[in-house]
Design a binder for this molecule. Structure first.
Ligand code: NAD
Length: 246
């Protein structure tokens, strides 16, 4: 669809689920891809095996986006190994659902730390490098839950709403440096993140989706590639929903 030959792309949480779809789409589009994960070694090994044909353009790194020092070390590695990069996709995210009155304090903080603070760390260090380059694309993966805020997801919905605000604010700060910052908000996409949905809830959600199916990671990836492309030069601070009409 778009040509990313010669471009270096960073994708957090890129070895499974939506992130895997995004990483593979960039690899197929000719990019050099640095994809990251936090703990799941077997998913990372499987991802590498599945993409053996791209071994020369693929680098899989392990670190936790909630640790500022780890994030700093990652960007030092990027500078040493690659010099610079063109695109950052902040995809890593978690959910820990429960009604607010029963929500553990740690579940609130864990979700905020990964979904919001981790993205602040990644964006902060990325823009320092991209500003020098005077070119860049940052795409943050949100969720339509920032708008729907279903019961049991106060922490998740609040983190994703915060992400939209962060995206809009940052987009204004870096616009004159040739950097665009946008948000892609998926609806229900078939990945491990939602594999624990009870059947009854799954059917209730399906009934509400105008397209009458859950989405696939590749369908989110297509939108990310558009926003990451040179062709999307006049799109910044925007929110693109990939949710089957929800
Ligand atoms: P997933 O659970 O399959 O993958 C999440 C990824 O995030 C994993 O690769 C994991 O290693 C990484 N990650 C988690 N915590 C991390 C940390 N502390 N540091 C670094 N990496 C970490 O989930 P998914 O469904 O592929 O979700 C990807 C993104 O899409 C998330 O931001 C999620 O909120 C969003 N999203 C998903 C859906 C859906 O229906 N699946 C819907 C809307 C939004």
């Amino acid at each position: 669809m778009f040509d990313f030959e010669g471009q270096t792309i960073i994708i957090t949480g890129g070895t499974r689920g939506i992130g895997k779809g995004i990483s593979e789409a960039f690899l197929k589009a000719g990019a050099r891809v640095i994809t990251t994960y936090s703990t799941n070694e077997s998913a990372a090994a499987r991802f590498k095996r599945d993409n053996e044909q791209f071994a020369g353009s693929l680098d899989v790194r392990k670190f936790d986006v909630t640790g500022y020092e780890e994030v700093e070390e990652f960007f030092r590695y990027i500078e040493t190994e690659y010099g610079s990069f063109e695109v950052l996709v902040n995809n890593a995210g978690i959910r820990k659902d429960s009604v607010l009155a029963m929500m553990k304090e740690s579940d609130w903080h864990d979700v905020m730390n990964v979904n919001l603070t981790g993205i602040f760390y990644m964006c902060k260090l990325a823009v320092m490098s991209l500003m020098r380059k005077r070119y860049g694309r940052i795409i943050n993966i949100g969720s339509v839950m920032e708008r729907y805020a279903f019961e049991g997801q106060a922490n998740y919905a609040a983190s994703k709403a915060g992400l939209v605000a962060l995206t809009r604010s940052l987009s204004k700060e870096v616009a004159t440096r040739g950097i665009t910052v946008n948000c892609v908000s998926p609806g229900f996409i078939t990945t491990e993140l939602i594999h624990d949905l009870p059947d009854k809830l799954r059917e209730a959600y399906l009934a509400r989706i105008p397209l009458k199916r859950f989405g696939e990671p590749e369908e989110v990836a297509a939108c990310v590639l558009f926003l990451a492309s040179r062709e999307a030069s006049y799109v910044t601070g925007s929110l693109l929903e990939v949710a089957g009409g929800l």
